[in-house]
Structures are given as C-alpha cells and as structure tokens.
Design a binder for this molecule. Structure first.
Ligand SMILES: [Ca+2]
Ligand SMILES: [Ca+2]
Length: 184
C-alpha cells in the first residue's frame, strides 16, 4: 500500500514537470509570435547534429543571457534586449522549492530559480535538473526528434518549432523511458 502511494506521488510530480515542459514550449512559441524570432543565444548543450536548429537548456548558470531570463522579462533593457516589452511569458511557473534531499544540480526543484551571483534565471524539473530545449532556428517547422526510441519507431522528425524535455526520474538524459517531454 505504501509503495502504491509512493508511486502515485511520483507520478503526480512527473505530471507536474511534464506540464512545466509544455508551459516552457508554449512560452517560447508565444515569444516567437510576438517578436518574430526565437529567443537566443543557444548552448552549451552540444549542437544538434543536423541543419542549423539549435539546442539550449533552462539552466541559470551560463555566461550569456539565459533563455529563462529573457522569457521572464528579466533582461536589462538595452537596445539589444530581446524581450523589449518585458512581458513575463512564464508567469505560470512558480518559484522552485528547496529540495529536502540532496540531489539535482542546484539544491532546488520544481520551478523557477535564480543565480544570485549572475542574476540569471533558470527552471528545473522535480528532480532539480534543468530542461533541454530544441529550437527550430532554421525555420522549416521541423525538428529532429531527440528521443531515439521514437525515432526508431518511425518518427525521426517532429513538425514543431520547439521541443522541451527533462532527464526524468533517473536524472539521465540518455534513458528516455522516464524522460518527460513537451510533446506526446
Ligand atoms: Ca528546423
Ligand atoms: Ca532519463
């Protein structure tokens, strides 16, 4: 009985992180509708091995303005700022909670985090890891499916502008049976 309750709790948390992946994808699409370009720059995830689409992630700790800082309307407003209206595209994403157990990359889980050293913002899943984000920067409305299981099952590409996914329960990007995805 305890196992069943624990399993259900885990599924609820996974569902929450899947909804957050979808919210991030929708936020990026809305940004693109408003500004006619996808937020950038990109990195430091290794580049997509085909075309000029780009990968980035929702980590708060890069030496460039993070995609979450831009989406949250937290950029310094200079002439180069991308979100000139300072609109908060991710207002539905709540602040992260301090993790009760060690784990994750930052000690926080399930929401918005910020790095006090740099002022950069990020978003982490329920395990405390950032999401990965694939953007259709070559504007052909197609992205390579990062999930090799789906690719092998006949879906090597997906007709969309944005994909967001997390490493799932085991925190391993390469095991897709538990990864949480903004699609499907
Ligand atoms: Ca593309
Ligand atoms: Ca995994």
């Amino acid at each position: 009985m305890l196992n069943q309750v624990g399993g259900k709790f885990e599924r609820v948390r996974q569902k929450g992180s899947t909804m957050m992946a979808r919210a991030l994808a929708e936020a990026i699409k809305k940004f693109e509708t408003d500004y006619h370009e996808l937020p950038g720059p990109y990195g430091p995830v290794p580049p997509v091995p085909q075309g000029s689409d780009q990968d980035t992630d929702s980590a708060p700790s890069h030496n460039f303005i993070t995609i979450i800082t831009i989406l949250g309307g937290k950029e310094e407003l200079t002439t180069g700022a991308q979100n000139q209206k300072h609109f908060d595209y991710i207002e539905g994403i709540k602040p992260a909670k301090k993790k009760s157990k060690p784990g994750g990359d930052y000690g926080w889980g399930d929401g918005l985090i910020s790095d006090p050293a740099t002022g950069a913002y990020g978003v982490v899943d329920y395990k405390g890891k950032p999401y990965r984000i694939r953007l259709d920067t070559n504007q052909d409305e197609t992205l390579i499916n990062p999930n090799p299981d789906q690719a092998a099952a006949g879906r090597p590409t997906l007709k969309t502008r944005v994909l967001v996914w997390s490493a799932g329960k085991d925190g391993d990007w390469n095991t897709w049976d538990d990864n949480l995805m903004s699609w499907d």
